[in-house]
Design a protein around this ligand. Structure first.
Ligand code: PGA
Length: 227
């Protein structure tokens, strides 16, 4: 599948900050030949969608409910996002640890997303999580995985690309020839190294919050699109 450069804004931007970010670098994002995916919080999704209309920039959510449509106060079910987003990040370590999200829940979420044609990006931080997922996952049309080592997330301590590559190979031994992104302190000075060792893209947290920094990452990915 195509390479992805994903911006994960987490809970860092309100609607007005999200709009201003998109307006500032929309011209750069729409020229990108490498697929860019922006993941705002739920509240900003419709606004960002409007601003990205008629561009090939992808839009993603940061999670969905493991439940189906029904009496689940406070949940956002996949049917509510259908037609609004093309991708969804699932199983992020901040949800696994902060919200006690289990592999069983993540597998249900993957099934919901797949059913409505939203492409899941399933995050793993360890081989145990990959093995656990592999034991009971179902078939999917289209799926990406993201390797995000815990010690590298939000710490400015990225895992070296050669070490990350070893994990990429171990994940592939279990899951087959998957499309795997790298996430964890990705920035302009290291993005090329992950693309060059075989990752199918990157998941960018902190460095995606500043539009200039993110635009630089997108430019570097474009300059290295044939890697
Ligand atoms: P980071 O976050 O780039 O700030 O390390 C990545 C992520 O958590 O997806």
């Amino acid at each position: 599948m195509e390479k992805l450069i994903v911006a994960n804004w987490k809970a860092e931007k309100n609607i007005s900050e999200a709009s201003s970010w998109v307006k500032t670098i929309r011209h750069i994002l729409e020229e990108s030949v490498v697929k860019v995916v922006i993941c705002p919080d739920f509240v900003s999704i419709p606004v960002v969608r409007g601003l990205l209309k008629d561009t090939s920039v992808g839009l993603g959510a940061q999670d969905i409910s493991s439940e189906d449509k029904g009496p689940h106060t406070g949940e956002v079910v996949v049917d509510s996002l259908k037609g609004l987003v093309d991708y969804v990040i699932l199983g992020h370590s901040e949800r696994r640890s902060g919200q006690a999200e289990t592999t069983t829940m993540i597998i249900k979420k993957v099934g919901h997303a797949d059913r409505v044609g939203i492409t899941p990006i399933v995050c793993f931080s360890s081989l145990e999580e990959v093995r656990d997922y592999h034991k009971s996952h179902g078939p999917t049309e289209k799926i990406y995985f993201a390797y995000e080592p815990l010690l590298a997330i939000g710490t400015d301590k990225p895992q070296g690309s050669e070490e990350a590559k070893k994990h990429l190979e171990s994940f592939k031994e279990i899951l087959g020839d998957i499309d795997l992104l790298y996430g964890g302190s990705v920035e302009e000075n290291n993005v090329r190294s992950y693309l060059s060792v075989g990752f199918q893209g990157v998941l960018v947290g902190n460095a995606s919050l500043n539009e200039e920094q993110f635009a630089k990452i997108v430019r570097i990915a474009n300059d290295n699109k044939s890697l």
